[in-house]
Design a binder for this molecule. Sequence first.
Ligand code: DAH
Length: 356
Amino acid sequence: MPDASLRELDTFVNDSLALIEGLASLEDLREAEASLTGRRSPLATWQRSLGALEPDERRSAGARLQEARRTLEEALARRGEALRDVARREKLDRDALALGDVVVDQVLWPLGVGRAGLVARTQRELEDVFVAMGFQVADGPEVESDWYNFEALNIPPAHPARGMWDTFYVDLGDPETVVLRTHTSPTQIHLMEAAVANASLPIHSVMPGRCYRRDTPDARHLATFHQIEGLVVDRAISFADLAGTIETFTRAYFGADIASRLRPAYFPFTEPSAEFEITCTICRGGGCRTCSGTGWIELGGCGMLDPAVLEAVGIDGDEWSGFAFGFGIDRCAQMRHQIADMRALIDNDVRFLRQV
Ligand code: DAH
């Protein structure tokens, strides 16, 4: 191979190496491969011209050409690896976005966006049971004055019973104390006041809603929880009406094999008062850890309206009598679905939500 041709080969190799370094895509790389080392490349042309050389010259020129080809092929391979690396990383970035879409499409939509949570569903089911028994459903404020939450319910300031409902006090600079309601019982007062104002007695209502207490959440308590209150004000209402209502509700909601019982208790707004218990739904009455071996679980309180409450709202206790009850909606959900720890209701764990 003449010196001029060898210099040309060196220049070709150096130019080619610079070109390969600058390749920006795998497509450009494939084109460069063909034009630098393919059948129509200068290398191939030189290769073909070897035949015209003397055997010695042919051998050394052939070796130079082989070396040049290997150099270019290695450079092309290295550049190809680098370009494929970039392409892989770009694809990963694109796929990461696509994965976001997959989560929304494949995981969230099949769950049904906007589906009611267990507490909301339980509330609706409870309302249905009471509506079927002839009750109306009413609503009340969650932010109350001290008068509605306590005083009108026969719990004067500094009464020891206030300790039963440790609450969040809200300072609005108001002369009257404002609290987040600790139970749904203040809604009784609103309903009775409205019925007096509109001369629309009797009342047969249930009042579900959110309540707040300064409690530390544990397996059976939440600081924000839900109750459903019941109120009947009518003529000649007796304790038997109360017991029958509780028993009918219990069997309708929990099933025919779950019974209710009333145990004497104290609440300032009812007289006599009772705690209302149902057969433990975990052991079906046999006795287990959840019910401390008694076979019964406390659900709420109830009793005959205290004359002091009727008087506070201006209802004539000689003409009207009534009963009230109140119990936890979250507790109902826990009992009916055997939820070991009530905090599952607010954890928003998809594995829990999917089951309900
Ligand atoms: N409000 C009471 C509580 O949260 C429960 C209760 C007891 C409601 C007796 C009533 C009742 O209506 O008559 O502890």
